[in-house]
Design a protein around this ligand. Sequence first.
Ligand code: HEC
Length: 113
Amino acid sequence: MRHLKWTLLIAALWSTAAGYTYAANAGRAIYAAHCSACHGANGQGALPGTPNFSLQGGVLSLPDSVLLNRIENGYQAAGAPMPMPAKGGDPALTHEELTQVLGYIRANFGQKK
Ligand code: HEC
């Protein structure tokens, strides 16, 4: 019985860690394929009008719900030179994948403090 508990605990921890690794890798691949052309490999913006994700108090200070809505449906601020295309221009991307890529952006480009 004692052993079973430990085995279950370790299995649960293992699958949680594996899940996070999967999500992080999936987000990274989606970013590279669908977002980095405009947002840059370093997240600081490769084209005019794209935000610098690592700016303190920048767009990443907005809540997930706002950012996900803008990623899914597209967004253009008043006077902005270029819109953020819905789903980065690929309608096949799912809500889950877009959630993963936002997690990747926050983890890699966001302020770490
Ligand atoms: C064709 C270029 C382009 C592609 C591809 C693109 N973006 Fe953007 N994105 C933009 C531009 C331009 C803005 C700024 C829009 C504005 O502020 O008016 C933006 C803004 C954003 C913002 C901030 C929204 C805000 O509140 O200002 C996030 C988050 C974002 N993009 C995520 C993504 C993700 C995730 C992908 C890939 C799935 C992606 N973008 C693909 C051009 C692009």
